[in-house]
Design a protein around this ligand. Structure first.
Ligand code: AP5
Length: 199
């Protein structure tokens, strides 16, 4: 399974990516988690991205594309992956295209959740987890960045007929079920066609 989850901040990408990846036996690759770990350990990468992240801005396409190229080259990702937080721009999507050569089918799921629910989820998380970019003003900036830079990816993948939209405004278990119901037949059909080709 090669799956990308796209959605605004708080739409449940991380929650769903971890569940779907576990069920499929592939790694869950969260660019936000990788960057937050880099900031926490004070690595060179962390120093380079700290300011952009605290403002809710995007880290540069070059840094992100290199980071994902390196991560997808790891052995555990040869069987597939669930990407959470990448790509976020058209340039990143083009970089992923280049990395997908010889890797089979890529499915893209958009999680759709209304803005007021996103703000409610993230300000609640701010109280429990203390993520600095969950401050309400920064959340609104992250939403604006999503609309400007990442929303265009929806049309990009729609035009390739690889986009599936799932209602993310349901209890998490129901969202997982809907993602699985949407994605499984696509990969089943793909594997059947590859097997037929080999026969
Ligand atoms: P990242 O960590 O990817 O942040 P994000 O996209 O803003 O996403 P979140 O983690 O806030 O939300 P989510 O959609 O994963 O939802 P979650 O499951 O956590 O990126 C952080 C920053 O890193 C970016 O702002 C940028 O600076 C940088 N960055 C990362 N990738 C980059 C890239 N490719 N290019 C450039 N810069 C990049 O859920 C949110 C909350 O809602 C949780 O509390 C959860 O428990 C709750 N929740 C989840 N599902 C449900 C549900 N169904 N019902 C009720 N509550 C739910």
């Amino acid at each position: 399974m090669n799956l990308v989850l796209i959605g605004p901040p708080g739409s449940g990408k991380g929650t769903q990516a971890s569940r779907v990846a576990l069920a499929a036996g592939v790694p869950h690759i969260s660019t936000g988690d990788i960057l937050r770990r880099a900031v926490a350990t004070g690595s060179m990468l962390g120093d380079a991205v700290r300011d952009a992240m605290s403002r809710g801005d995007l880290v540069s396409d070059e840094i992100m594309s290199d980071l994902i190229a390196e991560r997808l080259a790891d052995l555990d990702a040869t069987v597939g992956f669930v990407l959470d937080g990448f790509p976020r721009t058209i340039d990143q999507a083009l970089a992923l295209d280049a990395l997908m050569e010889e890797r089979g089918l890529l499915a893209v799921v958009e999680l759709s959740v209304p803005d007021d629910e996103l703000v409610r989820r993230l300000t609640r998380r701010r109280e429990t987890e203390g993520r600095i970019d969950d401050d309400e003003a920064v959340v609104r900036d992250r939403l604006a960045v999503y609309l400007r830079s990442t929303q265009p990816l929806i049309d990009f993948y729609k035009s390739r007929r690889t986009l599936l939209t799932v209602n993310g405004n349901l209890p998490a278990e129901q969202v997982t079920e809907r993602i699985t119901l949407a994605v499984d037949p696509i990969f089943d059909k793909y594997f059947d066609s590859v097997a037929g080709h080999i026969d």
